[in-house]
Design a protein around this ligand. Structure first.
Ligand SMILES: Cc1ncc(COP(=O)(O)O)c(C=O)c1O
Length: 371
């Protein structure tokens, strides 16, 4: 089936009891046993829940995966993967990645003896050189947050597997519509479903999608059941409902972002635009190879650095100056301010999540905000 069809039908069926077309929300935490005290499908909702299972099945279908495991946030999903490692294991992660992933690997698990190297993953030699005998996980994020670096997923997955490590791709910014990490060799694709999957800035969630329903899946399924960082049935229902329109939303996000990126590239107060859809962008050829379109996220470096960048975020009227991304409304943010004093992000970098407003209105807002 085509993605538009899967987005609407995968994981859904008519409710046999009520014949409801929209799936009922199953709030029950517990399910009745059979007379012999066995159970068929559901035991307790930390283990499994119909709304969660429907979401997992749908996103796994969109990613060409064999199975999915949903969590209460993107970070809970990432933590599940990292928690499967042990003291002394080594992780390779992108130098430009979502800053809380860096904090997870260093502040939380560094204290448990996990070792992490952060490398520029656009440089395959650097990825290869970072490999150690103890490397067990290669974490990729492409396009990356906030610098929109691209990683050659197939090449890095090969390096990971040759090293005896698993390869994971945080596919949040590309969505399952624009990029298929599992087809490119990754073992797990991950999403913060808080972003494009949910798409309306009103629900937190995370999900892991597996190429195979094998030992790795089983280990993480056990982690989900035992650790309990699961999303509520209502949150799963909301995300699944939003996914029905994901293909149309993503197409419109891409249309708008391409126009805004072209406008900003020509603006005299902008030093650089980071958007892989621009032919001038150094990742344009790789993006054309491994993505179907270029996404709704971009970042710019404002001439003059910190102060003019902060001023741009303060001056917008239609964009909202707020963190997060992937929703219907456009957001803008001075990234180094959000990331804090240790942020490696350039001081003049402003991140834009391009929403579904009319692109001319977004551009008009940027014209007045840039002055
Ligand atoms: C690329 C990426 N990965 C992971 C996360 C974490 O997701 P969550 O906020 O749902 O925990 C984010 C959040 O911004 C993100 O942008």
């Amino acid at each position: 089936m085509h993605p538009q069809t899967r987005a609407i039908h995968a994981g859904r069926s008519i409710d046999p009891a009520s014949k409801a077309v929209a799936p009922p929300i199953v709030l029950s935490t517990t399910f009745e046993h059979a007379p012999d005290s066995t159970y068929e499908r559901y035991l307790y909702s930390r283990y499994d829940n119909p709304n969660r299972n429907a979401l997992e099945e749908c996103v796994a279908g969109l990613e060409n995966g064999a199975a999915g495991i949903a969590f209460a946030s993107g970070m809970a999903a990432a933590m599940a993967v990292v928690h499967g490692l042990k003291s002394g294991d080594h992780v390779i992660a992108p130098a430009d990645c979502y800053f809380t992933i860096r904090r997870l690997l260093t502040e939380l698990y560094g204290g448990w003896g996990l070792e992490a190297s952060f490398v520029d993953m656009s440089n395959l030699d650097a990825v290869q050189a970072a490999v150690r005998p103890t490397t067990r996980l290669v974490w990729t994020e492409t396009p990356s947050n906030p610098g929109l670096f691209l990683t050659d997923i197939a090449a890095v997955a090969k390096i990971a597997h040759n090293a005896g490590a698993i390869c994971v791709c945080d596919n949040t910014w590309a969505t399952p519509l624009l990029q298929k990490p599992l087809d490119l060799g990754c073992d797990i694709a991950m999403h913060s479903s808080t972003k494009y999957l949910a798409g309306h800035s009103d629900v937190l969630g995370g999900i892991l999608l597996f190429k195979e329903k094998g030992a790795l899946y089983e280990r993480l399924k056990t982690y989900q059941k035992v650790s309990g960082a699961v999303p509520s049935p209502f949150d799963c229902w909301l995300v699944l409902r939003s996914i029905s329109t994901l293909p149309q939303r993503v197409a419109a996000h891409c249309d708008n972002a391409e126009k805004v990126a072209q406008f900003l590239e020509a603006h005299p107060k902008i030093e650089k635009v980071h958007y892989p859809g621009l032919p001038s962008n150094r990742f344009h050829e790789l993006a054309k190879r491994q993505m179907t379109r270029f996404g709704g996220m971009l970042s710019v470096e404002v001439k003059g650095g910190w102060d003019p960048a902060v001023a741009l975020c303060a001056n917008v009227k239609l964009f909202t100056c707020a963190t997060s991304l992937g929703a219907v409304e456009s957001l803008i943010e001075h990234r180094a301010s959000t990331e804090g004093p240790d942020s490696p992000t350039p001081h003049g970098l402003v991140r834009l999540s391009i929403g579904l407003e009319h692109p001319d209105d977004l551009i008009a807002d940027l014209v007045q905000a840039l002055g």
